[in-house]
Design a protein around this ligand. Structure first.
Ligand code: THU
Length: 160
């Protein structure tokens, strides 16, 4: 028996304006997408923007439903749109921003577990890590160099 340690490396920026230009521009697209979220039930809006290797930016936002579980997160709306529009084109980065009309979201909001799992499929298939950059509405921004670093011991097709 031995203990093992799993670590994740991330970079913390004190505000969005500290981000490198390309990341800031992508985050601005996520913020814009967030403002068009359909979140009448949770009042919690999320926007995501993906930068693809071909230069295209694909956005998504959360889409809720009166039948609550039928709604969908911003990250999955975005990545499935990228898969539909640009199949096989590599993803370089995803930026995510979240806000609430009830409270000020001033901490970085990472993708939920189901979104991490969904995003991991694409990172594995493209055999190249993509950056994940996330924030709330204001305040600190976290940037990681790979999706899988956020999902240790994850499930993938090698088990099937
Ligand atoms: N949500 C996202 O869009 N992404 C996440 O990673 C976490 C949660 C959405 C789903 C729901 O519409 C609202 O935020 C509250 O959970």
């Amino acid at each position: 028996m031995k203990d093992i340690t799993i670590t994740a490396k991330a970079t913390l920026f004190s505000t969005m304006s500290e981000l490198p230009l390309a990341d800031k521009e992508l985050m601005q697209r996520a913020v814009k997408a967030r403002k068009n979220a359909y979140a009448p039930y949770s009042k919690f809006s999320v926007g995501a923007a993906l930068l693809l290797e071909n230069g295209n930016i694909v956005i998504g936002n959360n889409q809720e439903n009166a039948a609550y579980p039928s709604g969908m997160c911003a990250e999955r709306v975005a990545i499935w749109q990228a898969g539909a529009l640009f199949p096989g084109v590599k993803i370089l980065k995803i930026a995510i921003s979240a806000s609430s009309s009830i409270t000020l979201v001033d901490k970085p909001v990472g993708p939920c577990g189901a979104c991490r799992q969904t995003l991991s499929e694409y990172e594995i298939n493209q055999q190249q890590p993509f950056e994940v950059i996330f924030m709330g509405e204001v305040g600190e921004v976290i940037k990681t160099t790979s999706l899988l670093s956020l999902l240790p011991f994850s499930f993938d097709k090698s088990y099937l």
